[in-house]
Design a protein around this ligand. Structure first.
Ligand SMILES: Cc1cc2nc3c(=O)[nH]c(=O)nc-3n(C[C@H](O)[C@H](O)[C@H](O)COP(=O)(O)OP(=O)(O)OC[C@H]3O[C@@H](n4cnc5c(N)ncnc54)[C@H](O)[C@@H]3O)c2cc1C
Length: 350
């Protein structure tokens, strides 16, 4: 097999997962990242298998979840760093209708891995407000997002695979695929919500969806499960919890706001009247797409220049599989699924 030399711009979740897939196949990788991250590193890193209210499985869940778990466990080994934390989510049901959906689904074989049948103990659960009962979601997990970004970045840097700088478009020759005088076989843009500031794919509809979370300390909130209704309560250990997250469409501003704090405090109060202190507030921007599907593929005019973006709210679930699929498309010509392919936008613009 011919070994390719591949330049990846952006070492967040998308760039890092792609780099790991390419390295595993024996290719050479050069990453560029300015070392400042406002998405991958500040995410809660949660993987919730369910879309609540209508109680559907998350898109392509069965495929994504197995590969994601194996990928992050492999990353733990490689980076010598704990990253993967299994989780039980306790959904406090929000209506009679949601409860009925749960009761229908819990009997179906395709949901058995994810939904524990509701027990009398779940009905009587008293550590959160419980007007419609509660249910436990299995096979969830969270990734230590801060550690994932920084440990990968440090290892790439130590192994001379990372240029810690801003990508300088003036030094990039798209015809010959060279950057600062070095030639590459393929180039991939993995720049997240900053897409419109980078050349080649700036016309694609990557939206900037601001998200804010709180870290709180409480002796009263249960630590063995992640409570969920209106917001998630992610136990981080030592009585510290992450509460999230807000959604603010088309807002790239990185300032924490009082409104978001109040919204999260109000949402938490729906779960119970707990005593807690706020430790701090985090702000980040998700790269989202209106049709809620990521965008992957080759530029319509420039051969061997690719995009991997739009991971949205479920990046930690999707990135391991999608990065593998993109690597297979780049190296073996395997077509990408129509739902994620960049061609869905090029078709429209023709
Ligand atoms: C508050 C919040 C909570 C979230 N919680 C979850 C969650 O619980 N579960 C989940 O799955 N997902 C969650 N997400 C979403 C997840 O974080 C994103 O889907 C994912 O991180 C996007 O990764 P990315 O690599 O596309 O972008 P980024 O992480 O933004 O990475 C892009 C990288 O490119 C670099 N870059 C950009 N432009 C340049 C340039 N010109 N030169 C050099 N470097 C450049 C940046 O420095 C950055 O490091 C959350 C996001 C937010 C904001």
């Amino acid at each position: 097999m011919t070994k390719n030399n591949i330049l990846i711009i952006g070492a967040g979740l998308s760039g890092t997962c792609l780099a790991r897939q390419l390295l595993k196949k024996g290719h050479a990788v050069q990453l560029i990242d300015r070392g400042e991250n406002h998405s991958t590193a500040i995410a809660a890193g949660m993987m919730n298998p369910m879309v609540f209210r209508r109680m559907n499985k998350s898109w392509r869940l069965d495929e994504f979840v197995k590969e994601a778990k194996a990928f992050y466990l492999e990353m733990e080994e490689l980076l010598q760093q704990p990253l993967f934390h299994p989780l039980v989510i306790r959904r406090m049901l929000s209506s009679e209708q949601e409860r009925n959906y749960w009761l229908e689904r819990e009997r179906l074989p395709e949901f058995q891995e994810y939904l524990t049948p509701i027990t009398p103990e779940d009905e009587a659960y008293s550590q959160a407000d419980n007007p419609f009962g509660s249910g436990r979601v299995n096979a969830a997990f969270w990734i230590d997002a801060h550690a994932f970004y920084h440990a990968n970045l440090n290892q790439f840097f130590d192994q001379n695979m990372l240029l810690k700088e801003s990508f300088d478009a003036a030094q990039f020759d798209a015809e010959h695929l060279s950057y600062k005088g070095v030639n590459y076989d393929k180039v991939v843009f993995c720049v997240g919500y900053e897409q419109m500031n980078t050349p080649f794919f700036s016309e694609l509809p990557i939206q900037q969806t601001k998200g804010q979370t709180l870290r709180i300390r409480s002796n009263e909130i249960p630590e063995n499960e992640s409570l969920n209704r209106k917001c998630f309560v992610l136990p981080l250990g030592d009585q510290v919890f992450r509460i999230g997250a807000t959604y603010e469409w088309d807002n790239p501003d990185l300032t924490p706001t009082e409104e978001a704090k109040n919204e999260l405090v109000n949402h938490l109060s729906v779960l119970g009247n707990y005593d807690y202190e706020i430790i701090d507030q985090q702000v980040g921007i998700r790269p989202t797409v209106l049709d809620r599907r990521p965008i992957l593929g080759e530029h319509q005019h420039y051969k061997n220049i690719y995009l991997f973006n739009g991971l949205g709210t479920k990046g930690y679930l999707m990135a391991p599989t999608l990065s593998r699929e993109l690597s297979e498309c780049m190296l073996e010509g395997t077509p990408l699924d129509k739902e994620i392919s960049i061609e869905r936008f090029y078709r429209k613009s023709k």
